[in-house]
Write a protein of this length. Structure first.
Length: 31
């Protein structure tokens, strides 16, 4: 599941540079 999230975040980050940062923060703190 984590791998999928990274792939998704990578694709989203390509369009929303800030979005990937928030996603990474959430994933890091959520887990």
């Amino acid at each position: 599941m984590k791998t999928t999230l990274i792939i998704m975040a990578a694709g989203i980050g390509s369009r929303f540079g800030t979005g990937i940062k928030q996603l990474a923060k959430m994933s890091d703190g959520g887990e």
